[in-house]
Design a protein around this ligand. Structure first.
Ligand code: NAP
Length: 330
């Protein structure tokens, strides 16, 4: 029988609620503590999601020896500090994407996890979706020939509120780290790190990037065309062009979805997947506990090298597009 793990949530915002609802579906996860900067908010979150304890500060929560694993759900700009806080108390950490603001911060997180012999993983939930796993299998199998090109987009119209996370440069706001990271993740998994990057971006009055177009070229000559925006809606798909056909992860490609593919000019066929237990966040949480059961400090499916490579590409894109976060420059 597998061990039970006491989970704590650090930051009781939007995604924390969705994650907690999925965590509750896992028999080996104990919903133990909710931590917020405000005790009222922590108490409300704990009561809504049936966590046993509520803490009015993150520091108090990490000082609780009963906490095994912490899910960090704060803005990107805070991930490095919060990960270091948890790892310093020898807690296993599952930290939301974007993993941090830049490669320097990611490097500090990796070094601290290794120095403390502690589990650390980026909460890149797409990596664990059966649809994504199947897409990767198709790419790697070569059944459609060599992959030459990919195209992916992620956009939604965010309500413009200058102080909100999405538009606040102090918090790493803009489309890139929030949703542009998904098309970039797809390109990384398909092709690796690009040798050439060209971007074009537009900005909102706060200075946060609003829309970005990205063209990548790889050493083998393959290319990727990627885009994200918080100013409009897009199909939110990922297309892969092979020598002998195409494959598309359908809308919303980053979440549980279906795959449409065709060999050469033959008719399309669509592969569907059973709906999981929850919204899809339970898969990454279950994976964390399987890693802990096996005594691992790093996931083989979502290793820290992927998080480092992803941030390296984000830094390259930011540099080319002139995206600045005060105090966190590339
Ligand atoms: N995997 C996914 O599908 C997914 C979806 C959405 C977001 N995310 C990621 O999750 C993270 C949080 O996003 P969210 O949409 O949940 O944000 P959110 O609703 O704004 O919540 C963030 C929480 O962080 C805490 N916080 C700590 N320091 C803060 C500060 N200086 N300013 C503002 N809040 C601060 C707050 O919690 P307390 O007040 O309780 O301390 C706040 O409620 C982001 O990194 C985002 O990329 C992932």
């Amino acid at each position: 029988m597998s061990k039970h793990y006491n989970w704590a949530i650090l930051g009781c915002g939007n995604i924390a609620g969705k994650f907690a609802a999925d965590l509750a579906l896992l028999p080996n996860a104990r919903l133990y503590a909710a931590a917020s900067r405000s005790i009222e908010k922590a108490t409300m979150f704990a009561s809504t999601h049936r966590f046993e304890k509520a803490y009015g500060s993150y520091e108090e929560m990490v000082s609780d020896p009963a906490v095994d694993v912490v899910y960090i759900a704060t803005p990107h700009s805070q991930h490095r500090d919060h990960a270091l806080l948890c790892l310093g108390h020898r807690k296993a950490v599952l930290c939301e994407k974007a993993f941090a603001i830049n490669s320097r911060e990611v490097g500090e997180m990796l070094a601290t996890a290794r120095a403390n012999d502690c589990f650390l993983m980026e909460a890149f939930w797409t990596r664990f979706q059966p649809s994504f796993m199947k897409a990767l299998e198709i790419i790697r199998s070569g059944e459609l020939g060599a992959l030459k090109m990919m195209r992916s987009d992620f956009a939604f119209k965010g309500e413009y509120k200058p102080e909100k996370r999405l538009f606040n440069v102090q918090l790493g706001g803009g489309s890139l780290l929030d949703i542009g990271i998904y098309p970039i993740f797809m390109s990384l998994m398909a092709f690796g790190i690009p040798s050439e990057i060209q971007t074009m971006a537009s900005f909102c009055p706060t200075g946060a990037e609003e829309t970005i177009l990205m063209s990548f070229r790889y050493p083998g000559g393959q290319m990727a065309s990627l885009a994200s925006s918080v100013a409009s809606f897009s199909p939110t798909q990922a297309e892969f062009w092979f020598e002998n056909g195409f494959m598309r992860l359908n809308r919303q490609f980053n979440a549980p979805t279906s795959i449409t593919m065709a060999y050469k000019k033959e008719a399309e066929r669509t592969i569907t997947f059973d709906k999981g237990l929850g919204s899809g966040y339970e898969l990454e949480a279950a994976h964390v506990m399987a890693c802990l059961d096996a005594g691992k400090i790093e996931s083989e499916l979502m290793p820290l090298s992927i998080s480092s490579d992803l941030m390296e590409i984000l830094d390259m894109v930011r540099d080319d597009a002139g995206i600045r976060f005060p105090g966190h420059d590339v």
